[in-house]
Design a protein around this ligand. Sequence first.
Ligand code: CTP
Ligand code: MG
Length: 335
Amino acid sequence: RNRKRLVDCRSDIDRWNAPFLAIYESLVPAEEEKAKQKQLLASLEKLVNKEWPRAQLYLYGSCANAFGVSNSDIDVCLAIEDTDINKSEILLKLAEILQADNLQDVQALTRARVPIVKLKDPVTGISCDICINNVLAVVNTKLLRDYAEIDGRLRELAFIVKHWAKKRGVNVTYQGTLSSYAYVLMCIHFLQQRKPAILPCLQGMEATYVVTVDDIECAYFDQVQKLREFGAKNTESIAKLVWAFFDYWAHLHDYANAVISVRTGSIISKRAKEWTRRIGNDRHLICIEDPFETSHDLGRVVDKYSINTLREEFDRAANIMQYDPDPCVTLFEPY
Ligand code: CTP
Ligand code: MG
């Protein structure tokens, strides 16, 4: 494989701004879809409250973080204080309640890494996963949504990258490739590092939002409406940023030593995090620090085979963005 850095971005890159934006627009969900999701959430909450009056339901993941494409499943977190019953019992009870209310395909997956109940709402056709007390996911969802408010180019870039990852089959964690959440963090980090920066580092600023979840303090500046001009000094177009994103992961990232960190807005070293050795199944072949669970490497799912698949896909994408006569089509060709 050619590991040499491509020289300069092709001079005609801006010809593809309009086509990339059209792809982005085609992926954005319609407002009515959001309304249906809210409606489903409200009816689920009513049901749940009959059994657990003080329990609350929160949306998290792509239906709530601004990075969801249309017709995706929704992720729901049931926050419940009853600590004397365990998660499996709650999930089984929940499944029973949902089934009794004629929701379809109700299934409790109590042994999964994140135990959930799955269901499908026959009225809206929406599929839904409900987990218990995964409050950190609700908080990192807010962080992603707040970053998306600052500069529209984040949402555009992340939609294009997620779309590419799905088409190319590199968005499957059980096959050793990366989660959507990891790709969005890669996009945020990338825009923090542009010169001039397109995104700030919210966790490095005065904290206006502070919560403690599972003994982890989550604190950052969340008055993002005040940061709408932050990226204005950088006028890079979406096509240029897609080019530069893949150039970064194909040719510039130091896989041997570097950890990308949205929390610090910079690169930190694997050595500083003691992510140099393999411990158990954690190999740290591509390192993406979780913004709040900082011991958590979102690249830990990547193994010695899938790292090659991933890097070959980054190379392919970088080459297409540099040389292909029709990058908006070729980039997304199914594998
Ligand atoms: N999440 C997490 N840690 C992970 C993976 C996911 O905390 N290792 C949480 C995040 O809050 C994320 C949510 O679970 O937003 C859903 O993850 P994922 O399915 O990867 O992202 P989505 O944004 O829902 O993407 P998709 O559109 O592919 O469903
Ligand atoms: Mg999801």
